[in-house]
Design a protein around this ligand. Structure first.
Ligand SMILES: *Cc1c(COP(=O)(O)O)cnc(C)c1O
Length: 358
């Protein structure tokens, strides 16, 4: 059997959820498990958190239905709400909470008969300019929702564009826009995603929405005290399947992107971009082999990549390689590939997910 696998530590997931709660100043916390829990397996992650989580958040009704099929009974927020009006009745039936980010979604609620009242999270565009209602439409939309008589509860929400940039004033500006738009509306609020849970404790938010931090990866580029308390949930590992000794001046891999500069020992690892390992990670990207830090050499292939064993004589055929995990941070690997840990987790495929910690 090919040795590539992702070990998922559900105890670490619970640790990170509890940290989000601790930093939430008493707020409730929706565990964001969209995109198959950022590649970690949504149903298994939801099962591991269900006893303590206040609810879950996913991108769409298809993801939410997968959780219900997996036996999850907790509330599930659809972060982009409905995509078509005929999803509304299903959302009401299954107790899926719906974000309303656009006026057409509000029109749909007004026009669709529903057998049960809906919980709506009304989204304000406070400055990110992706989705969300314009501040001038916000209070009116709230009143229209109430007037439908089809709504059991409304939560007022917005989303930060730059909370991952420490000391960036833009989040404060967004909070001010949000506070102005919700004047006089008596409803709970939700603003904080992972970087805001970790870095903006002063921002009031009755509900927090941690995603990436649950998986133990930092959303920041710089070190940050609270992020240092996260425990990586996933260990992506494989094994050395071939070892070769090369003299100086020999190319390694496609495109001869690495040339040995001295006699070297090269290990070939069963891991490639078809597994989701980033192809743009180049020579020097850290790996752990036989417990020692080493580095990637040359181009990542579809199914294999090469690492430097020159200074790790104890490593050889069959040695375990950590591509990311507790020793090699996914955020560091992502930085080497000019991307973010979110993307390298979501890209994971073909590798078997192996769970521990129930
Ligand atoms: C994905 C998402 C989150 C979680 O973001 P993280 O940065 O992973 O914590 C929170 N809120 C909304 C609206 C999202 O789409």
């Amino acid at each position: 059997m090919r040795p590539a696998r992702a070990l998922i530590d559900l105890d670490a997931l619970r640790h990170n959820y509890r940290l989000a709660r601790e930093l939430a100043n008493g707020a409730k916390a929706l565990a964001v498990i969209k995109a198959d829990a950022y590649g970690h397996g949504a149903v298994r992650c939801a099962q591991a958190l269900e006893a303590e989580a206040d609810g879950f958040a996913v991108a769409c009704i298809e993801e939410a239905l997968e959780l219900r099929a997996g036996g999850i009974q907790a509330p599930v927020l659809l972060l982009e709400g409905i995509f078509e009006a005929d999803e509304l009745q299903m959302a009401a039936e299954h107790d899926f909470w719906c974000v309303v980010h656009s006026l057409w979604q509000l029109d749909a609620i007004e026009q669709t008969p529903l057998s049960k009242p809906l919980v709506v999270w009304l989204k304000l565009d406070s400055g990110m300019h992706r989705v969300g209602l314009h501040p001038k439409d916000y209070a009116g939309a709230y009143q229209r929702l109430l007037a439908t008589g089809k709504v059991a509860k409304i939560v007022l929400m917005s989303h930060f564009a730059r909370a991952d940039e420490l000391d960036c004033p833009s989040s404060g500006d967004q909070v001010a826009v949000f506070e102005a738009a919700r004047q006089g509306l008596a409803a709970e609020t939700s603003l904080r995603n992972s970087p805001a849970v970790l870095g903006l404790p002063q921002v009031p938010s009755d509900w927090v929405r941690p995603g990436i931090m649950l998986y133990g990866a930092t959303p920041f580029e710089e070190p940050q005290a609270e992020a240092a308390r996260l425990i990586p949930v996933m260990t992506l590992e494989s094994k050395v399947i071939c070892v070769r000794e090369l003299p100086a001046g020999e190319p390694v891999g496609y495109g001869a992107k690495f040339i040995t500069d001295k006699p070297m020992r090269i290990g070939v690892v069963a891991m490639g971009y078809a597994d989701g390992y980033p192809r743009h990670a180049g020579t020097g990207t850290p790996v752990l082999v036989a417990g020692k830090r080493s580095r990637l050499l040359g181009r990542v292939s579809m199914d294999m990549l090469c690492i430097d064993l020159t200074d790790v004589p104890e490593a050889g055929l069959g040695s375990v390689v950590e591509l990311w995990g507790r020793n090699i941070l996914a955020s560091d690997v992502a930085a080497c590939a000019e991307t973010i840990p979110y993307q390298i987790f979501c890209n994971l495929r073909r590798v078997q997910l192996v769970y521990s910690g129930g």
